[in-house]
Design a protein around this ligand. Structure first.
Ligand code: SF4
Length: 330
């Protein structure tokens, strides 16, 4: 008999670091475009898989000397190779038991959520009036909460008791009747230290405007995220944190970038994405943008803080931050 225990043990053996299971009714209230029940209406459970980003993927960025480990091993390898391999093995195991399993990896190629966000990139139409336009886009962090894997921190990142924010996600829908885990109800992980806000290179997280959302009866609140500032900074737009800047970019004034003030068609995006040599090379070699700023606030600062509080299960003999953080003199 296929049980939740059997699925979890198998997924861990295949390489998942965290596995949680949620029930489908916990998606009640989700916008149609993000409701996985439109993907597999007969699904009885969603399985969440967490894959740690090894802490060492951030070491070279922290030192300012080796940036490739994060876009390659911290992003592309997990999302494009390792997690899909685990998803495939678990899907085959579930289907050998006579149930169907829909794998959902962390990669988007076209989504009706673009329309929700007001972006001018509509690339699909609904196949019938009662369905959302494809592709339905699962909200990964909310889905992880639904699977009992952790909480959403002020940074809007998923914080897990094992690795804090240092985790990537993948999911699976199945009609196997697997017993759900409870929603995470352990000690709060985020203590509103606000280091994610202070150390974010793109000033992308609001210190005072917040978003509240109730998921499966539990309320979460996070700082409003300016996704445009985030995307620009993360790919190297914050020049004092970008040693690969060699004159291609005009200085970007992050404070002046409003949310949804032009979407990803802004000329700054074009320049950072397509002209900054490091990003061009990173996409060519790793199939992923450079992620040059190395999640300075929402992952590194947060992780340093949570580790110093002894809140994470993944313990290290030495603290991560060993020297004063660098910036390039202006
Ligand atoms: S850095 Fe601090 S405020 Fe931000 S998510 Fe982490 S614990 Fe919460």
């Amino acid at each position: 008999m296929l049980t939740a225990k059997k699925v979890k043990e198998f997924a861990r053996k295949c390489g998942a670091d965290i596995v949680g299971i949620g029930s489908m009714e916990r998606f009640d209230g989700a916008p149609k475009e993000m409701d996985p029940r439109y993907i597999f209406p007969e699904a009885k459970a969603i399985i969440g898989f967490g894959f740690r980003i090894p802490r060492g993927c951030f070491r070279g960025i922290e030192e300012g000397t080796y940036f490739a480990a994060y876009p390659s091993m911290g992003y592309a390898h997990i999302n494009l190779i390792f997690a899909p391999t685990v998803l495939r093995q678990v899907a085959c195991m579930i289907e050998d038991e006579g149930y169907e399993a829909v794998p959902i990896q962390n990669m988007v190629i076209g989504s009706s959520v673009d329309i929700l966000l007001g972006k001018p990139t509509r690339i699909s139409v609904p196949v019938s009036p009662n369905k959302p336009a494809p592709d339905v886009l699962l909200h990964f962090r909310i889905a992880a909460v639904i699977c009992g894997m952790g909480e959403i921190g002020y940074s809007k990142l998923l914080l897990t008791p094992e690795f804090g924010p240092r985790v990537r996600l993948a999911f699976m829908l199945t009609d196997a009747p697997l017993e759900p885990d409870p929603i995470y109800d352990g000690p709060p992980i985020c203590d509103r230290c606000m280091l994610c806000v202070k150390e974010c290179t793109g000033k992308a997280i609001s210190p005072d405007r917040t978003v509240k959302l109730k998921v499966a009866g539990k309320e979460f609140e996070w700082g409003e995220l300016n996704e445009e500032r985030c995307a620009l900074a993360y790919t190297g737009g914050a020049m004092e944190f970008n040693p690969f800047y060699t004159g291609e970019l005009e200085p970007i004034r992050f404070e002046e970038i409003e949310r949804d003030s032009g979407g990803y068609t802004r000329p700054e995006f074009e320049t950072v994405y397509r002209k900054l040599r490091y990003n061009v090379n990173s996409v060519a070699v790793f199939h992923h943008l450079g992620a040059i700023e190395g999640a300075r606030g929402c992952i590194r600062a947060c992780m340093i803080h949570l580790e110093s509080q002894g809140k994470l299960k993944n313990k290290f003999k030495e603290p991560f931050r060993k020297r004063r953080p660098w910036t390039i003199a202006q």
